[in-house]
Design a binder for this molecule. Sequence first.
Ligand SMILES: [Zn+2]
Ligand SMILES: [Zn+2]
Length: 278
Amino acid sequence: MSQTQILILGSGSPNAEANRVSSGVAIAVDGQPYLVDCGHGVVQRVVQAHEADLIAWDSTALTRLFITHLHADHSVGLPDLLYTPWIHGRELPLEAYGPAGLADMLRHIQLAYAENIREHRSAHPSSERGYMAAAREVGEGLCYKDEKLSVYALRADHGDLAALSYKFVTGAGTVVISGDTKPVAAFADWARGCDVLIHEVYSSSRFPERSPEWQAYHSRVHTSTRELATLANAIRPGRLLLYHQLFWGQTPDELIAEIARDYDGRVISTNDLDVFDL
Ligand SMILES: [Zn+2]
Ligand SMILES: [Zn+2]
């Protein structure tokens, strides 16, 4: 049976926080990581995880990327992901999957760093292809398959930005990751019975303290603790992992308690560098 491990690299949101870098989760199957999103600090977290012996693989193994949407807190680490593992010795190009606009984003990053690439290739011992990226823009359904796992996408609802949720089916079980989204009607059926549900969330109890403008925004594009409890009751995941938490002053335990009011399953508020075995 294959071994699947979830490594929370960045549990944060667009709000810069001292102990949380922005979004990045690695699902590793038999030592091959599949990275979901790449906010700021994600590559640094991989280096930290490796040095702390939390993972056997290192940044050079980062060759598969799934982007949920193009907000900066999910993508601003892309140049780092292209060039730092290259310096570390990555041989293979990055295969990147994601919504419309991803190919243009990667192309523009490579253009922006053309001088770096040119000088690095001519002056340093470096692999031929380790900085390259192949983008594949995907919609709903099966979007990736290899001998270790299959990955499915479902359209998320994150305002008028194209956004996806992903489901990873490995020999050890199923992991669903929401990305940024408000509840979507098809999501519960799609995710039902998964072993691990990794879901974004904001605090329902602190929501009334937000300005009317922010209330309108968050209720339109994100998921509250109350909504997540309803979703979790329909899905009944083995474990519910909270990430991209908008605490607004709540503690992790208080955020969990908001969900536990209406949901009696296992809920964990994740931190950067948390590791979970499937
Ligand atoms: Zn976000
Ligand atoms: Zn977003």
